[in-house]
Design a protein around this ligand. Structure first.
Ligand code: NAG
Ligand code: NAG
Length: 601
């Protein structure tokens, strides 16, 4: 029987088998590499593991530079075991933050007794000192969770640590804290404990300082998390995603809300797609957030990865938000609980002055120089009105990338903004259970987008969830960590897209262009030579001369013999191609499709 094949491009190398990655495996006992801190200028990467902090060379992960052994005290490990926490009774390093030119701030779970300290990184770049002076170790309460697994976030800003974490052994008393990292200063501010309209079983995802105006008085910290929604229904437990914010200069109230935030507001983050029946399908559980810096420091672009785990539907999506839409929700109406059935409704009453959630300002409002000067009606309004009425909707009101009924869900995200010949593209690196997907989303007409998966990279040999990803734009690398270790991946490997203009063009990778002889890295400034690239349409006919006889559709004819077997290659070598085989009997006029199995021909 004659067989025919249709294939639009043949690639010279198989991307799946060519994952180049250098790796760091620790000492085999460490594991759980959740915390990463990259210093691009000095060329090192700090990695937090179990009882250890490592300092690695950015360019050479295999060469172990330095390590600090930082276990929990023996008595604490014993105490932790007696409490039945067997496997978690170690110091799991969960936070690494830059502090000043010579020091980083670190926190670990300390066998269910969190601790923080400074790490001395020294001055020199050649031979950095790397030590943890024992006298800098302080309590990590309100800075780091007790458990190695509890989702948490923390960010150092101007000598204060802003953290979303629990402060008890059971992990039930969770709050957003601000604590000082200078010595044992007892001053702290937090959200009210055990008040479900402040926070209700929150699981923290990220926190970022984002300036609001040119005045530093307006500087705020934004928190991203998911929590049980008080407003959804009294009977069904439903999780919503949130963005919340506090003013950096909030010092709490004077007569009431003492040591509590007086500027804490939160809004729902919506990521949904319109369903066929007019009902939206919601991806309600925020998994990760990436803040993409732009030239305007007040207006970064917010990328969120969401999942849903309803009984009928499993999937993940990426939604993008503008700061303008987030601010609009915080400037809009408040929600409140009202009426005989105690439902959450839009608050239509009088709003006190200054508007709740506004930061105090020494320069612009001499009557309200600090939050302790806020009038009583503002403070009492803030005790009950944390939730905004309007949700924050994503740009274009729909996800830019979606995976439904896939065998994996999306957990982590970093984004690189890349200049290409036909515009700017945000390349998304999405961590799944065990892979990194490299994806672009191309805007089309009618608010639609085309999702293009550029690469699918298996990072670790064993199936293991990706715990963290760091992007180095300077080195054009990704650092990816899991329980097993740390790997380094190049952002682009243009040479793998083949030896022809057409192959390079069909790849649609904004990092790569055909320079006349090879598929190589695209530099927008380099205008010397004509560069062939078409990310938007991936159409080689506009870009490449087809004189070499190559075609956008490649047809292959293979003859088979009845009763015998013939090998048909089924797996396309590029994400942008498809393979289709049809069988044609010599005496029949019509042909029929042959289904392709992954493992057999
Ligand atoms: C950085 O902070 C540490 C800890 O407070 C301090 O000992 C050190 O002197 C500081 N270094 C610089 C350069 O300010
Ligand atoms: C049968 O298939 C095998 C493997 O594909 C091939 O080597 C052999 O020549 C074929 N026999 C005939 C009679 O075509």
């Amino acid at each position: 029987l004659p067989f025919q094949s249709f294939k639009n491009v043949l690639f010279s190398a198989d991307l799946r088998s060519a994952n180049s990655s250098a790796a760091f495996w620790g000492d085999g006992e460490s594991g759980g590499y959740q915390a990463l801190l990259l210093d691009e200028d000095r060329g090192w990467l700090l990695v937090g593991g179990r009882d250890h902090i490592y300092m690695l060379h950015c360019d050479n992960l295999e060469q172990l530079a330095r390590e600090i052994y930082w276990p929990a005290p023996k008595e604490q490990v014993e105490h932790c075991r007696q409490a039945g926490k067997n496997t978690d009774c170690a110091n799991h390093v969960r936070l690494l933050q830059p502090f000043n030119k010579t020091h980083a701030y670190v926190c670990g779970t300390g066998a269910y007794h969190p601790v923080c300290a400074f790490v001395d990184l020294g001055h020199g770049t050649e031979e950095p000192s790397f030590q943890l002076p024992p006298h800098t170790v302080e309590s990590g309460r309100g800075k780091c969770p007790y458990s190695p697994l509890e989702p948490f976030t923390a960010r150092l800003s101007d000598g204060n640590l802003y953290a979303g974490t629990s402060v008890d052994f059971m992990g039930t008393n969770a709050a957003i804290f601000r604590t000082s990292v200078y010595g044992s200063s007892p001053h702290y501010i937090r959200t009210e404990a055990y008040q479900d309209h402040w926070l209700n079983e929150p699981e923290f995802v990220g926190s970022f300082p984002i300036p609001d105006t040119h005045s530093p008085d307006d500087d705020k910290i934004y928190f991203f998390f998911r929590e049980t929604a008080v407003e959804s229904s009294q009977w069904d437990r439903h999780v919503y995603s949130r963005v919340a914010r506090v003013c950096k200069n909030d010092i709490g109230g004077k007569r009431s809300l003492i040591n509590r935030w007086t500027t804490f507001l939160k809004a729902r983050l919506v990521c949904s797609v319109p369903g066929p029946d007019g009902l939206d399908t919601h991806f309600d559980e925020l998994e990760d957030v990436f803040v993409l810096e732009t030239k305007d420091p007040q207006n970064p672009v917010i990328y969120g990865v969401f999942s849903t785990s309803s009984s009928v539907f499993k999937g993940s999506a990426v939604c993008v938000y503008s700061m303008a839409s987030i601010r609009a929700a915080f400037n809009g109406p408040f929600s409140h609980k009202e009426g005989p059935d105690y439902r959450w409704v839009e608050y239509k009453g009088r709003i006190p002055y200054p508007r709740p959630g506004t930061c105090p300002s020494e320069t612009y409002d001499p009557l309200h120089k600090s939050t302790r000067d806020f009038p009583d009606d503002v403070i009492s309004f803030m005790r009950a009105h944390q939730l905004m009425w309007e949700p924050v909707l994503p740009i274009n009101r729909r996800p830019v990338f979606m995976r439904v009924s896939a065998p994996y869900s999306l957990r982590k995200i970093v984004v690189d903004r890349v200049d290409a010949e036909d515009g700017q593209y945000d390349v998304l690196y999405l961590g799944t259970g065990d892979k990194i997907l490299k994806v672009i989303s191309i805007p089309k007409e009618n608010w639609e987008t085309e999702e293009v998966i550029l690469e699918e990279l298996t990072v670790f040999q064993k199936l293991t969830p990706i715990l963290n990803i760091e992007l180095s734009t300077k080195r054009q690398l990704l650092y990816v960590s899991s329980d097993l270790g740390l790997a380094k991946l190049p952002l682009h490997r243009c040479q793998l897209y083949g030896q022809a203009c057409m192959d390079c063009c069909l790849a649609r990778d904004p990092y790569c262009a055909w320079d006349g002889t090879t598929c190589s890295t695209y530099f927008p400034s380099n205008k010397r030579r004509a560069r062939r690239q078409d990310v938007r349409y991936g159409d080689p006919r506009n870009q490449c001369d087809m004189e070499d006889g190559s075609k956008a559709v490649e047809e292959r004819l293979i003859y088979g013999v009845e009763g015998n077997s013939t090998f048909l290659e089924c797996v396309p070598r590029s994400q942008q191609t498809a393979v289709r085989w049809t069988v044609q009997h010599p005496l029949a006029h019509n042909s029929r499709d042959v289904s392709c199995c992954q493992n057999s021909a």
